[in-house]
Design a protein. Structure first.
Length: 276
């Protein structure tokens, strides 16, 4: 047997031994994870006193009754519903613009590699965590009490809450950029502004646009829900229809929301495909 054959045989034996070890370890971890997950689900179900058998046995009757009441959709007030949907899009668009404007400086200071010092980094991170932790509904309810019903509470609630998410996205993107261009500009004596402009921004543009489009898509859905607490838009029409038991109008509103989100989702996908 030649030396090459002996080396090949040793490598094959080591490879088989390693595969067997990894397979055994993976199987053990998989069983542990699945067992823990099942135990957690059983505990949570018992703690919440949820009876899935009773739920599924009775749901078909209730859902069938509601579904029959929602048909056919009532589009008699279509013009007003379209205007309300357009108002929802405007609320989401303006809220997203405010979120972007606020999150750019917060995101820059939240990035470890660009923050001027640890104190500024800590304050920026606290801001992002704080606004991510408070749901839009709570912010909108506070603002409705403060400034009254209308679009302003919805716009500010979306802008402040999603600012926390966008700032986090920006900071993570900045922290994972290629450090080569940054180090090259630093060694040439470039200022912080020049480093951000010529080394950081060009690298994060694709993810910047993608994150903003995702937030806009999300804000349109959330603006619909915020209308329920009085923040304007088609959500207010949806709440009024539910309150008046106008289920046929409810189904019409749901269809309008679905078509709008469907179109915006495809537009977002098209834009993202063009910037890659």
């Amino acid at each position: 047997m030649t030396t090459n054959n002996i080396l090949k045989l040793e490598i094959d034996n080591k490879t088989k031994h390693l595969e067997k070890h990894l397979r055994t370890q993976w199987t053990w971890k998989t069983y542990l994870f699945i067992s823990t997950l099942i135990a957690s689900l059983i505990f949570v179900t018992i703690d919440l006193e949820i009876n899935f058998i009773e739920l599924f046995s009775d749901s078909s009757k209730y859902f069938g009754d509601i579904f029959n009441r929602m048909l056919p959709p009532d589009f008699s007030n279509l013009n007003n519903l379209i205007l309300a949907m357009f108002e929802t899009i405007e609320i989401a668009f303006l809220g997203t613009f405010i979120a972007i404007a606020l999150s750019i400086p917060v995101g820059l200071f939240s990035a470890r590699n660009l923050a001027p010092n640890y104190f500024v980094f800590l304050i920026a991170r606290i801001i992002t965590i704080f606004f991510r932790a408070i749901p839009e509904f709570i912010i909108a309810m506070i603002l409705v009490i403060a400034v009254g019903f209308g679009a302003i509470p919805g716009v500010l609630a979306l802008g402040l809450h999603t600012m926390g998410f966008l700032a986090k996205f920006y900071a993570e993107d900045i922290e994972h950029v290629n450090k080569g261009p940054i180090e090259a500009l630093k060694s040439s004596g470039a200022s912080k502004r020049q480093i951000i402009s010529f080394a950081v921004i060009p690298q994060i543009i694709p993810s910047f646009v993608a994150n903003n489009l995702y937030i806009l898509d999300r804000n349109i859905r959330m603006a619909t829900m915020l209308g329920i607490v009085g923040a304007g838009g088609i959500g207010y029409e949806l709440q009024s229809s539910f309150r008046m038991f106008e289920y046929q109008k409810v189904s019409a509103i749901i269809l309008i929301i679905f078509i709008t989100i469907f179109i915006i989702d495809h537009l977002s996908s098209y834009i993202r495909s063009k910037i890659k």
